[in-house]
Each structure stands twice: as structure tokens, then as C-alpha cells.
Ligand binder design. Structure first.
Ligand SMILES: C[S@@+](CC[C@H](N)C(=O)[O-])C[C@H]1O[C@@H](n2cnc3c(N)ncnc32)[C@H](O)[C@@H]1O
Length: 332
């Protein structure tokens, strides 16, 4: 069986040191400098690629998110001169929409989180692309699910008891474990929340993604890992590393509760559809839908429909606020 270039790197590593953690597998598969899925020349997005994101439904998504950003900046008391930082900016689709403000897009190897800023942290499908640890609850304890290599293919191997950091994450942010269930620990996501909370002096973090809360986690007894290739979602994430996207649903409880401990207080947690409706209600979507070009008007109505009816119900938006020295105007 042919192994991908990222797969060869992983196979050599496994041959040398034994099965790797799933977070290591995901890191190489997605972010290896030459062979990682997001680092290769091929564009993963769009019709020829593997998936669309809401962000690519421009200009409707961008215009409404910019309107929501404006509302949230006002409510947080940072409307005068906000900076908008976008994590995982991808193809830079939001650049025009965030142009009224100082805009810092961050991608791997490009852009850096400012040491201090006031304004907004925006991300769309960033957290679901971060490596996670995978564990199995068996015999009354959490055991690591590692990745081995056997007969030319990558295979799951149950390893040692999970480390303290992973066990602590699972105890805090997941429901009481059930025998035989799989769980994921998004330690990399927690690290990003820590960095953001330390650097954002005042303003909001807007996180758009699909995911679950602690109570909802029971819906995923086998975990939430998915692989995407040519617009087809597959649960097998170990095949062809580097050639398909791998995602893990976001544990919103972890982001919210870790954020709260660090001063990022929850303002709202709603579906994407509700958030876009809030953003559009000020002018009843006039600024988004009323354009002279008839074809463009039809295109925009289709985009709005996709965002409200399709993606809108599965994607969630968490807004957290850091209070600064300025006076917030109240809830958004
Ligand atoms: C699913 S894509 C979403 C891109 C864009 N936000 C959109 O909605 O079209 C996730 C993006 O996060 C980026 N990313 C992942 N880890 C990152 C990191 N540590 N620093 C900066 N960007 C990262 C990836 O390179 C990728 O472009």
C-alpha cells in the first residue's frame, strides 16, 4: 500500500520510538512544513478542494460578522480604535470586511498575536483544526489512543494511562466517563485561550465553529474526529495523512470555562443563524441584500439562506468579553 509523504515521516518516527500520540499524528498530517495538509501548495478550500467554510460565503458572512463585531465593540466600550485579530485566517477572506479597523490575520508562520491589544479576537473553524489527544475509557481509567503502523497502514493502539494534563481536562470539561467511550482533550485550544486572555486587554473573543458542550458530549460515544476529502466526510482519520483534512469538534465548555477563569466572561453562546439574524436585524439585511446587480442580489440571497438554514444550525458562536479600563455599554 502506498504511503503519503507525511505518512512516511510518521511511519519512520513510529518505527524508531513506537506509536505516536494522536496529537502528534494530527500535527504532522495537517501542519508538517512541506507535507502537511495545510502547508502544501494545493488549495484545500472551495469547489476543487475538500470543503467550504462559512467564511467563504462572501460577502454575506463577512458583512454580517463585521456588523456583529461593530455591535460587540460598542458594547465592550472599545469602539473608538479597535484592533481585530483573526486566528487561522486561511485565504484571508475576511480582510476586506475587517478593513475599517486595524486587522491582524494570523496563519501558520504569518502574523503574530500582539502582546497587548483592545478590540476583537475572531476565529472561524480555527479551534476544530487544532491537534487533540484521544483517549479511551477502559477498565475504569482513561487510556491513551495512540497511532501505530502495521502492514503498511496506520492503526489505533491503546496505550498507557492518560497523562495528568489530559485526565484533568477530561474531568473538568467532559461528562462522567462511560466504559468503552472515546474522548478528546483539546489541550492546544486551552493554550490558545490562555494566550488570548493574557494579551487581550479589553474587548471580545468571537469563536465560530461546530462543537458541543459538556452535556452534549454524550452524543459522541466514539468521539468526534472527522476526515474530509473532496467534500466527503469520513470517520476514518488515519488514512492518507497529509491528503485530507482532520477535524475534532470543539469542546465549547472547555473554551468557556477556561476563559472565565482567565477573565474572559461569556456574553452569549448561540447558533450561527441566531448570531447572523442579530447582526442583520438592525437594517433588516438591507446593507447585505440590496444591491443594484440582479445576479449578485440572487447570489447573496442564496448565501444568506445557506448560512441561516444549513450551516447556521450546526455552527455555534461563542462570544466572551474581557473588561478593560473603559466603560462597557452593557450586554450586546
Ligand atoms: C479550517 S481552516 C479555516 C480557515 C478560515 N478561517 C476559513 O474559515 O476559511 C483552519 C485554519 O487554521 C490555521 N491554523 C491552524 N493552526 C494554526 C496555528 N497554530 N496558528 C495559526 N493558524 C493556524 C490553518 O492553517 C487553517 O488555515
Amino acid at each position: 500500500m502506498e504511503v503519503t509523504p507525511a505518512g512516511e515521516i510518521l511511519a519512520v518516527e513510529i518505527g524508531r520510538a513506537g506509536p505516536v500520540s494522536f496529537s502528534r499524528f494530527m500535527e504532522v498530517a495537517l501542519y508538517h512544513p512541506q507535507h502537511g495538509y495545510y502547508r502544501r501548495r494545493r488549495d484545500p478550500f472551495g469547489k476543487q478542494g475538500d470543503f467550504y467554510t462559512a467564511e467563504q460565503l462572501q460577502p454575506v458572512f463577512g458583512l454580517l460578522m463585521a456588523a456583529r463585531t461593530r455591535q460587540l465593540c460598542r458594547a465592550a466600550g472599545v469602539a473608538a480604535d479597535p484592533t481585530v485579530v483573526e486566528l487561522g485566517a486561511g485565504r484571508g477572506e475576511m480582510a476586506d470586511r475587517f478593513a475599517p479597523w486595524r486587522y491582524i490575520p494570523i496563519e501558520i508562520g504569518e502574523g503574530k498575536l500582539p502582546e497587548h491589544w483592545s478590540g476583537v479576537l475572531f476565529s472561524n473553524e480555527f479551534f476544530d483544526a487544532l491537534p487533540v489527544e484521544v483517549v479511551l475509557f477502559r477498565g475504569g481509567e482513561f487510556r491513551e489512543q495512540r497511532v501505530g503502523f502495521s502492514d503498511g497502514r496506520f492503526v489505533w493502539q491503546t496505550g498507557q494511562r492518560a497523562g495528568d494534563e489530559t485526565a484533568d481536562y477530561l474531568a473538568r470539561y467532559c461528562p462522567p466517563p462511560e466504559e468503552g467511550n472515546w474522548y478528546e482533550a483539546g489541550l492546544a485550544a486551552l493554550e490558545w485561550i490562555r494566550r488570548v486572555a493574557a494579551a487581550l486587554d479589553a474587548g471580545c473573543a468571537i469563536t465560530v465553529d461546530y462543537g458541543y458542550t459538556r452535556a452534549e458530549a454524550v452524543r459522541f460515544p466514539m468521539g468526534t474526529l472527522m476526515g474530509y476529502r473532496s467534500h466527503v466526510a469520513r470517520e476514518d482519520v488515519l488514512t492518507d495523512p497529509g491528503e485530507r483534512d482532520i477535524t475534532a469538534h470543539v469542546n465549547f465548555t472547555a473554551i468557556e470555562e477556561r476563559g472565565a477563569e482567565l477573565g474572559l466572561r461569556r456574553v452569549s453562546f448561540r447558533t450561527l443563524a441566531q448570531t447572523l439574524l442579530d447582526a442583520g436585524e438592525e437594517d433588516r439585511f438591507a446593507s447585505v441584500l440590496e444591491v443594484d446587480d440582479a445576479d449578485e442580489a440572487v447570489r447573496r440571497r442564496m448565501q444568506l439562506k445557506t448560512l441561516l438554514v444549513g450551516m447556521g444550525e450546526t455552527f455555534r458562536v461563542l462570544v466572551q468579553r474581557k473588561e478593560g479600563a473603559g466603560e462597557p455599554e452593557g450586554e450586546a
